[in-house]
Design a protein around this ligand. Structure first.
Ligand code: ARG
Ligand code: ZN
Length: 876
């Protein structure tokens, strides 16, 4: 049953007000709901409410119990006769939180004895709690009463402002919450259990006093301080940057170890996967700290981009997710280093989104149809969606974008909006037609941008010809040209930027060194005048559009940009392009020009003093195996793995043992657990240098790694050392792993890293290790983080170790997917996307992967989630 964007119809019934009461219990919770119904007079439809797995205890309409022939509950729909505009429907249902392993709706986190109850409703979890028109365009005012045993559930929380609490008979108590802002059901949340809190008094720019509360289980409350700090900075930033303030008296944030996704922006009660909330130096890496900062900001920013302005339907998901990822990226860039953030984001886009867009699961940022909406919380909707917002923001400029966002927020406040509303408001505020960008939302696939330059010495002119082409994707054989903004600069052969004079430019626009040209046809030429010598164009600066650039640079030209480009991002980008060419050199074995240019340029930069250590670390990192594989027509993951190692070996040798050792020693000298940018940069470079050393002198590197492991003051250093040992030396790794297991046995997030790091074993040993780790007492298929730490890290993070030619990797994953699907369909479906790219595998692996996927597809019990992914994999 496919849901189609083109089938959208406004709801026939709305709910002005809902009064919810919960009698909470771990095995059984009873939910009473009173819906104040509103009928759309132009539609005839009878009242139909969503409800899944609900045990209906009683039902009444306008105070009278309904007779059995006045309602029907089948196929997850409750149909009720006789409802009128203004009617009040009361239902009482029972649900079973402890039996809910799908972690959707109301469920138990942790043990029966010590765990707590919580909800996850996006996208369609509310229908697992009560009967309701469970769609984002039904906005309702919520009054929620929670009742529970006081000893077992001392803390009772729901979204909105507190509205009283008190004692009940038999050791029970109650608490009520009223949310003054009408909201869709996917933003409902409650939490109940033995939680502890930290608080902070925050005053908004306009003077509203807000109490911020972060809640966690007793053993984790000490790790919430950094999240509170990030929350306060996020709130201030949104006020300063977008003029957006928080709008309730309280803001709750809760950490749980049992969560399907990263976090959830429930109104006034954000719930986080502990992985993105808890942090301390002893158990979190620098990258994890930055992830906490980013996700705290992301969920907070949703209060405006998502909650105050929500989505009309789930096809518009990127309206809130793409926009919020973009806002979060801006925030992170402001808090840290902007070029490093851009490098991280583009690397993620290339690793996660480009392969998705090139494979059987490719879909537009606004999909045209889906079977299971939870399968569309993808890198395309999130990351590519953010890139589309970035293009539009770049088009409008800083002030213009702010003007447009102001209009978008004010015009759509309290509404369920569409992408047309978004582009319309941004455009109108700036008297620009942005609707051509809608094509980006509707078209799947990554455009290839080809650039050719021609220098005419006689006329001192440079002609840049740009053309675009998007390969076909499933269900979308033909593609149209898209507007592609290309930010560029021209460099002379000494590495200096040249003034730009574009033919037809007004004089005032002329003369800068950087500008944006927009390609909006299949092919177009741009002429630059007064160009003193043949230039090297630096194209797509800052990654101004999410495309694959094909430009026939010579290795020398790329090396020039790598050495001289002033923009950190573009310098890195030139290095990535050059590394990819160096990879081709090694693969084809017929030239070493690019390899030499790459190694020489980096060896020179390695000695330079002016360069930031963190940027240097990124420059020294070749594209990932996944990115390199994307460039191949036929993929042999082992070959890609081996060649990438060779690439690093060449680089390490060119820099030289001595030089690497000196740098490592210098960096190891001021080792600390401090979190300032400089300390983080040192650790990042140290890790990279140790990796490079391991590629040429493994024994020596393992000795250093063992020392580093033993003396590490932070998880960043400890885990970096452990990773080197695991990849290279069984005996030393064994000792360190035993120590780690012992030390962190009670820390689930650290234990996840213990599982993950072992999935990076060399290909010949990793499957056996994965199978033995499954037997570890700490492993369980019921915890999504643990599943991802083992199976996700292996299948996605170790391509060589997953794609075994004999197909044993595929069989193992397929078997576990089937077991996992019975427990948690969302997590199973997401893990199954690890098969992406199988069609381009070399013949032996191709056949083995096909067999495993076909066998999985032949299972009759598959959930709608996993079923949709597997079928797309097969036929995509
Ligand atoms: N809206 C959440 C976010 O901030 C994601 C929740 C998605 N949950 C799900 N089950 N699909 O990105
Ligand atoms: Zn989000």
């Amino acid at each position: 049953s496919l849901i189609r964007l083109s089938d959208y119809r406004a709801p026939a019934w709305r709910v002005g007000k809902i009064e919810l009461a919960f009698d909470l219990g771990i095995d059984a919770t009873e939910v009473t709901s009173r819906l104040h119904l509103q009928r759309d007079p132009t539609q005839e439809e009878s009242l139909r409410l969503d409800g899944e797995g609900l045990e209906l205890l009683s039902i009444s309409l306008d105070g009278h119990a309904l007779s059995d022939d006045a309602w029907r509950y089948a196929d997850n729909v409750l149909e009720v006769d006789g409802a009128r505009d203004g009617s009040v429907l009361e239902t009482r249902v029972r649900v079973q939180p402890a039996a809910n392993t799908a972690l959707e709706g109301l469920y138990l986190s942790g043990s029966r004895e010590a765990g707590f109850l919580l909800t996850q409703c996006e996208a369609e979890g509310f229908r697992h709690i009560t009967f309701f028109p469970d769609r984002p365009d039904v906005l309702t005012s919520y009054t929620v009463t929670l009742r529970a045993d006081r000893e077992r559930f001392p803390v009772l929380l729901a979204g909105g402002n507190p509205d009283g609490s008190g004692e009940l008979e038999g050791g029970r108590h109650w608490a009520r919450f009223v949310d003054p802002h009408p909201k869709p059901s996917y933003l409902f949340a409650l939490v109940a259990g033995r939680l502890q809190k930290i608080t902070h008094d925050y005053t908004t720019h306009s003077g509203r006093k807000v109490q911020l509360l972060i809640w966690a289980e007793p053993d984790a409350i000490g790790q919430c301080g950094y999240a509170m700090d990030a929350l306060v900075r996020s709130m201030r930033w949104d006020e300063d940057t977008y003029g957006r303030e928080y709008d309730l008296d309280v803001f709750h944030v809760v950490a749980t170890h049992d969560f399907n996704m990263g976090a959830m922006e429930n109104k006034g009660l954000n719930i986080f996967n502990a992985k993105y909330l808890l942090a301390d130096p002893d158990s979190s890496t620098d990258d994890e700290y930055r992830a906490v900062e980013a996700v705290v900001a992301h969920e907070y920013f949703h209060n405006w981009s998502g909650n105050r302005v929500t989505c009309r339907d789930w096809f518009q998901l990127s309206l809130k997710e793409g926009l919020t990822v973009f806002r979060e990226q801006q925030f992170s860039a402001d808090m840290n280093s902007a070029p490093l953030k851009r490098i991280e984001d583009v690397a993620l886009l290339r690793r996660a989104q480009f392969p998705e867009d090139a494979g059987p699961l490719a879909h537009p940022v606004r999909p045209a149809q889906y079977s299971e909406i939870n399968n569309f919380y993808t890198a395309t909707v999130y990351e590519k969606g953010s890139e589309l917002v970035r293009m539009v923001a770049g088009h409008l400029g800083r002030e213009g974008f702010r003007r447009g966002m102001d209009l978008y927020f004010s015009r759509n406040d309290g509404r369920a909006a569409t992408l047309e509303d978004f582009l319309g408001a941004l455009g109108e505020a700036n008297h620009i037609d942005l609707m051509p960008y809608l094509a980006w939302y509707a078209q799947a696939g990554t455009p290839r941008l080809t650039a050719r330059g021609h220098y005419d010495a006689a006329h001192r002119s440079f002609t840049l010809t740009l053309s675009q082409h998007t390969p076909p994707t499933p269900h979308q054989p033909t593609k149209q040209p898209l507007p592609i903004p290309v930010k560029l600069a021209l460099f002379d052969r000494e590495g200096r930027m040249m003034p730009l004079h574009v033919a037809g430019d007004g004089a005032e626009a002329s003369g800068g060194t950087e500008r944006v040209i927009v390609l909006d046809r299949a092919e177009q030429s741009f002429v630059f005048q007064q160009v003193a010598s043949a230039p090297v164009p630096s194209l797509l600066r800052g990654f101004s559009a999410p495309v694959i650039l094909e430009c026939d640079y010579s290795p020398e030209e790329l090396a020039l940009l790598l050495r001289h480009d002033v923009d950190g991002f573009n310098r890195w980008e030139a290095g990535q392009q050059l590394a990819a060419r160096a990879f081709d050199n090694l693969r084809d074995g017929n030239a070493t020009q690019a390899l030499d240019a790459w190694c020489d340029a980096l060896a020179a930069l390695f000695g330079a003093t002016a360069i930031d250590d963190a940027l240097l670390a990124d420059l020294l990192t070749p594209p990932s195996e996944i990115e390199l594989a994307e460039r191949e027509r036929v993929v042999d993951p082992s070959h890609v793995h081996a060649l990438r190692l060779k690439l690093q070996e060449h680089l390490a040798l060119r820099i030289g043992r001595e030089t690497l050792q000196q740098r490592y020693d210098a960096l190891a000298e001021h080792t600390s657990a401090q979190l300032d940018a400089l300390s983080q940069a040192h650790r990042r470079l140290k890790r990279r240098v140790l990796d490079l050393m391991a590629s040429i002198d493994p024994w020596h590197a393992h000795t250093l790694a063992t020392l580093q492991y033993d003396n590490a003051p932070s998880m960043t250093d400890r885990l970096a050392a452990l990773a080197v040992l695991v990849r290279g030396n069984a005996a030393q790794a064994h000792a360190a792993l035993l120590h780690f297991r012992e030390r962190y046995a009670d820390n689930p997030l650290a234990m996840d890293k213990w599982f993950s790091v072992q999935t990076q074993l060399p290909a010949d040993a990793v499957i056996e290790r994965v199978q033995s780790l499954e037997q570890d007492a700490a492993f369980t298929l019921k915890n999504p983080n643990r599943v991802n730490a083992l199976f996700g890290a292996w299948a996605r993070g170790n391509p060589d170790g997953f794609h075994r030619p004999d197909g044993t990797g595929y069989q193992l994953l397929a078997t576990r997917l089937q077991q996992l699907d019975a427990l948690n369909p969302q997590v199973a479906a997401r893990l199954a996307t690890a098969f992406n790219g199988w069609q381009r595998l070399e013949p032996t692996r191709h056949a083995a992967a096909r067999a495993a996927i076909d066998a999985l597809a032949a299972q009759t019990q598959l959930s709608r989630n996993l079923g949709e992914i597997v079928r797309s994999m097969q036929h995509g």
